[in-house]
Structure formats: C-alpha cells, structure tokens
Ligand binder design. Sequence first.
Ligand code: NDP
Ligand code: 2IT
Length: 446
Amino acid sequence: MSYVDEIIVKVVANNPGETEFHQAVEEVLNSLRFVVDENEEEFRKAALLERLVEPERCILFRVPWVDDKGQVQVNKGYRVQFNSAIGPYKGGLRFHPSVNLGIIKFLGFEQTFKNSLTGLPIGGGKGGSDFDPKGKSDREIMAFCQSFMTELSRHIGPYTDVPAGDIGVGGREIGFLFGQYKRIKNEFTGVLTGKGIGWGGSLIRPEATGYGTVYFAEEMLKTRNDNFKGKVVAISGSGNVAQFAAEKVLKLGGKVVTFSDSSGSIYDPDGIDKEKLNFVMELKNVHRGRIKEYAEKYNVEYMAKKRPWSVKCDVALPCATENELNLEEAKTLTSNGCILVAEGANMPSTEDAVHHFINSKILYGPGKAANAGGVAVSGLEMTQNSMRLAWSRKEVDSKLHSIMKNIHNICVTHGKESDNFVNYVKGANIGGFVKVANSMISQGLV
Ligand code: NDP
Ligand code: 2IT
C-alpha cells in the first residue's frame, strides 16, 4: 500500500465518525501522491504525513451561560490548534448547532493549507461551539460569548492563536469576545481579527472573503480570455461571504440571480441589483430575518428547502456551508452551461461533485484557494496591529487583490496538466503543502 493510502486508512480508523475530516484529508492527500512518492523515504522517516493529519492540540470545554429566562444553558466549546509550522494558529470560530469535533478538525486542517497559500506567516486552527445564535437576544449572545472567551482566553494570544469569525460569528460576536479577553488579560492586543474599525480592525476585512473569491474567479476566467461581464451568477448563502461576493460580481458587470439560507433559496431572474442587495444586507445583518422575505418583497420565486443549483447560470459561487452541492446538482449545473465554480464556503462540494467538475474540465476553484481572501486580510489586520497603524481601504484592497492573483498563480504552477487544463485542487493542495512540510522538517520533531 502506498504511504498516502496507509495514512488515509489510519485517519479513518483513528478518527471514527468524523466524516468531514476524513473527506478533507482524503482530498488533500490524493493530490499529494506525486510529491509524496518523490520524497517517500524522507517523509516516512520523519512521519511527516502522520504528523500532518494529527492536530497539535484539541481543546474541548464546557460553556455555561444564562438565558433571558434565567435558565442556565450549557454548550460545547472547541478550539483545534492544528498546525503552527509557519505561524501562530489562525482561523475562525463557528457558532452553529451542527458543530462537532470532526467539523472543527476538517476546518482546521483545510485552514493550514489555505493560510500557507496566502504567503503570510499564519498557521492553521479553527474553533467554535454548537451554540445556535438564531433567535437569541443581544444579551444572550453577549452572555454566551463572555463565557466562551473566559475559557478560550487561556489558550490564545497574539503570538499563539488568533481566532476570527466564521458561520454565526460576525462583528457583533467578535466585539463581545474581544471585550471579555481584554477584561481578563488586561491587554489590548491583536488577539482576534475581524475587529471593529474603531478598535483595531482592518478596513476591507468584512468584504475580504467575498471579494477575494470573485477576484480569484476573475483570474480563472482570464485563463480562458473571459470575464464577468454579462455572466449569470448563482450564489448560495446570504451571509457575510455571499453578500460581498454578490457586491463584487455586480461591480464587475455580472448578474446575481440567487441567494439562499438554511430554509430555502430565492431566484430573481431580473438580477439582484445594488438596491436589492442592500435590502438583503439589512435583512440579514440587522433584522436577522429569513431570505424568504426577499421573495415576498420583490415578488420572485422562493424555493422552500431547496438549494439554488437547479437554476440556469454561467457561474456558481457556493457561499453557505460544507457539502451543499452534490453530484446530482453538479451535473445539473454543467448541463445547464455552468463554466465556473468558485467556492466561497469551505468544502461546499461533495467529493463526487468535485470529480465531476474536474472531469468536465470546467473552471473549478476549491475553497482553500478561492476563499483565502478572508484569512489573508485577517493576516493583514495582524500586521497593522503589530505596527500600530491602519492602512487605507484602497491599500488593503489592492494587497488582497494581489494575494488572490498570487494564489491563482500558485495553483497554475502546481496544477497545470499536460493538456494545459488547470487542476486547481491539485495546484492548491501541493502549493499549500510544500511550505508547511518544509517548515515542519526544518523545525525537527514537533
Ligand atoms: P454567515 O453566518 O455570515 O452566513 C452563513 C450562510 O450560510 C447563511 O446564509 C446561512 O443560513 C447559510 N448556512 C449556514 N449553515 C447552513 C446549512 N447547514 N445549510 C444551509 N445553509 C446554511 O457565515 P459566512 O458567510 O461567514 O460563512 C459562509 C461560508 O464561508 C462557511 O463555509 C465559512 O466556513 C466560509 N468562510 C467564511 C469566511 C469568513 O471570513 N467569514 C472565510 C472563508 C470561508 P442560515 O442563516 O439559515 O443559517
Ligand atoms: O475559513 C476561514 O478562512 C475563515 N473563517 C476566516 C479565518 C480568519 O482567521 O480570518
């Protein structure tokens, strides 16, 4: 059995039930076969792959808090510090009832390679809780965040581990988490990213993941002498990543026709223009309402409990969650003429959907490359905090743009096949792996 296959078998056996983690490891290791074969003796001796798939540390903790009725509630808290070979652990916090250890491990593993691709000195980590922010009052959110940080604060720090947002964690939550950290440690430091602009945050961080995904997709289109003008774009989700991906698509002349949330999707064939997008932003970020209300307001189709992939489009940007695009949906997309899929979300396409996209030779950009703009600007937020300076919007945006172009180049360098087709999965995985692997070997037995 090859070294890669041995490790895949071990990961499945040693991490029972963690299906998303198995999926992420298999995808990465399958791309690395060639590199691993070439260096097999050295890698085996150093147990490099065994170390790569084992988190450096998993922290699991109890989060007790009091709800508005005075009742004590208890949630599970997680922080997986996956790999610090190239910098302090860095990655978001997710608050969602589906969160479990396997999901946090898959996200932390992916983050390690994504962060390496950004070219910035940041390691991989992820955390979160099975706490459900939906329907909670601001006071309940604050109570939860304060309790969560009371424990998390022992394990993080600006030189150790720097969390940020992810699903269910945006500016409001980062504010409450930061306030509690400051109170416990009596230190005003860059221990979190995604902070408010008035207190150490970076301009463009809220926009960064969505903008970055579209910058990446634009580079992919350029390889076929194409661009976003007139392209019909289907987007899933309607949160942070989806909203700013839509904003950038509009800017580049594309037409966004869908949004979704966990209850269903809306289809607006006339296109979601700036005014309608502002409505979605207000609906989701201020009123915390459901996307169904868009269909009611603008009198368009609402597809209850459906994802948006049945709609005819040129470009698909999955921006909601993992495994939200399966093989059947992938086939529908390509048979409807979709030429590009770029992932704003982490691992939104199932393994067989990914194979279908690659076999169909469409432009397929996996999350760890396409959505790296968010963590990249988080890295730039850390730089600004260290310098005690704040860069202008234009400066951060132009740095984001060049980082995304650079990640695209890395994917082309490592992913171009003999017929000139760019396999972005292979390119991103090899491109992200090399620096991490070399750093681990240089640092000895860690
Ligand atoms: P938000 O919480 O802002 O939005 C999440 C969106 O996805 C909501 O519309 C939500 O609907 C929907 N969604 C969440 N879970 C599910 C589910 N199980 N089924 C269907 N829909 C779901 O999160 P973000 O926009 O920040 O994150 C979206 C994706 O992007 C995630 O995969 C995240 O890991 C990834 N990502 C985020 C980055 C960031 O900087 N924020 C950076 C890189 C990747 P509902 O409101 O109904 O839950
Ligand atoms: O998945 C991701 O890259 C994020 N949620 C952003 C992480 C970060 O540290 O900004």
